[in-house]
Design a protein around this ligand. Structure first.
Ligand SMILES: Nc1ncnc2c1ncn2[C@@H]1O[C@H](COP(=O)(O)OP(=O)(O)OP(=O)(O)O)[C@@H](O)[C@H]1O
Ligand SMILES: [Mg+2]
Length: 252
């Protein structure tokens, strides 16, 4: 459904991302883990059409992505709500051309999906951090996108809120199974949510790992199979794992 081929991005002559290839099936949940500066946000922005690659392309259902689209919902690390609009109007903001009544009912439906039906009339400043991020998810869901892109959506939240929003995100996904690509620093978050884990390392960022996580849901945090994965990913990210070419040569 999503095809990322030969994607590279340079900023002022410096390569941030180099030769990224992967495809994502409809309904798949893919976690992107990586060290800071490895180009995770850059990759996600290009998939979402809010930045353009220096070379390579992103295709959604066969069509090259050249800009933002209602099929692609984006959630940033911070909620980015507009303080002068009610929660409902923030969620409806991207529905510009539709009649007002329709915008309203679509925004309210999206707010119900994230459990914020009662907060429609509130101002952003009246929301807790977790509520504000749920409103941001509602804003991304309002166009019923087939792909949901999330860039460290829960990293600014306290641990308890983060866990509850992770569960909530899975419930939302279960409704109509959007394809999800999410960036995280949190190995456990990737292990709880993802069907597949992509690890991006280095500068420029390249794919070090692209592995299926074939564990049924719901998953238990204490599952020993997750412990093996946790260790593997930790080694990737901390750089203690030998590079594939060294491993092949028997080094490291
Ligand atoms: N608009 C920009 N102009 C210049 N350089 C940029 C720009 N955006 C990103 N970069 C550079 O590209 C590289 C990758 O940045 P990116 O934000 O994608 O990394 P990241 O993996 O998301 O990092 P983090 O984990 O800290 O969020 C970095 O070296 C960064 O400085
Ligand atoms: Mg980032």
């Amino acid at each position: 459904m999503l095809e990322i081929s030969g994607l590279s991005r340079q900023f002022d002559g410096t390569e941030a991302l180099d030769g990224i290839y992967f495809t994502v099936a409809a309904g798949e949940i893919v976690a992107i883990l990586g060290t800071s500066g490895s180009g995770k946000s850059t990759l996600l922005r290009m998939v979402g059409g809010i930045d353009n690659p220096t070379s390579g392309e992103v295709r959604l259902n066969g069509r090259v992505v050249t800009g933002p689209s209602p099929s692609l919902g984006f959630v940033f690390q911070e909620p980015r709500l507009m303080p002068w609009l009610s929660v409902r109007d923030n969620v409806a903001f991207g529905l510009g051309e539709l009649p007002r009544g329709e915008q309203r009912s679509m925004a309210e439906a999206a707010l119900r999906r994230v459990g914020l039906a009662d907060a429609a009339e509130l101002w952003p400043r009246q929301l807790s951090g977790g509520m504000a991020q749920r409103a941001a998810i509602a804003r991304a869901l309002v166009t019923r996108p087939s792909v949901l892109l999330l860039d460290e959506p829960f990293s600014a939240l306290d641990a308890f809120t983060r866990l509850s929003l992770q569960e909530h995100l899975l419930e939302i996904w279960q409704d109509d199974r959007p394809t999800m690509l999410f960036v995280t620093h949190d190995i456990d978050e990737a292990l709880m949510l993802a069907d597949r884990v992509i690890v991006l390392l280095g500068r420029p960022g390249r794919i070090r790992r692209d592995d299926a996580l074939t564990l049924p849901r719901p998953r238990r945090r204490g599952d020993p199979r997750l412990a093996t994965w946790r260790e593997r990913l930790f080694d990737d990210l901390s750089g203690t794992d030998p590079a594939p070419e060294e491993r092949a040569a028997g080094g490291g």
